[in-house]
Design a protein around this ligand. Structure first.
Ligand SMILES: [Zn+2]
Length: 201
């Protein structure tokens, strides 16, 4: 590792990593969200990992302006687009899970509703317009940094085509879904639930 790029010492890293573990947080969280953090986004001072007494939680806190860097799960908006009675999936062209299959999904932006985000992501990833149908279903895990909100959807107008973030786009009947080549745990659970609804309707 390039020492010049680290503002915390190796001992600091080990101490914080242990503190993550003691708080019951998975090691991969530290790798994904802690290790890269160095400076306050407001004033540029160093961040430190310390107890916020009012909350009884350790967090990254700025040593200069005392700004607390809150890390909370983000919302992923997703759609299960049905076209000609099949579900349209895409093979991901980007990491994470590059080369594996997913329904359209992506991070919600400020200024959007969850529904707006699900419709936009579907247009970007499989190139078609959809109409959503409620209710939304939520997929949440205590070791994941996202909450996935999934809508049933119908393709309206022109059929699907691969977008820039997709290697391939294909429509699958419930019994054709590539179960062993799905991108994420939530993908598997959302498609399982979709296939169950199909078999009951
Ligand atoms: Zn600061």
């Amino acid at each position: 590792m390039n020492k010049a790029r680290r503002f915390l010492s190796g001992a600091d890293h080990r101490r914080i990593e242990k503190s993550f573990a003691n708080a019951g947080l998975p090691k991969k969280w530290w790798k994904a969200f802690g290790r890269e953090l160095r400076h306050c986004a407001r004033c540029g001072e160093r961040l430190s990992w310390r107890l916020v007494r009012a909350e009884g939680q350790r967090r990254f806190v700025c040593g200069g302006c005392r700004w607390i860097f809150y890390q909370n799960p983000k919302i992923v908006a997703a759609a299960l687009p049905v076209w000609k009675n099949k579900i349209v999936l895409l093979r991901r062209a980007i990491e994470p899970a590059k080369g594996l299959w997913s329904h359209p999904a992506g991070f919600m932006e400020l200024g959007e509703t969850v529904q707006d985000a699900a419709i936009r992501e579907t247009r970007e990833e499989i190139g078609c317009r959809v109409r959503l149908a409620g209710p939304a279903r939520l997929y949440s895990y205590d070791d994941a940094a996202v909450v996935t909100v999934v809508y049933d959807a119908w393709v309206v107008g022109a059929g699907p085509r691969a977008g820039a973030e997709s290697l391939e786009v294909k429509a699958f009947a419930a019994d054709e879904i590539p179960w062993d080549r799905l991108a994420f745990r939530s993908t598997y659970h959302a498609l399982r639930d979709w296939a169950d609804r199909r078999s009951k309707s």
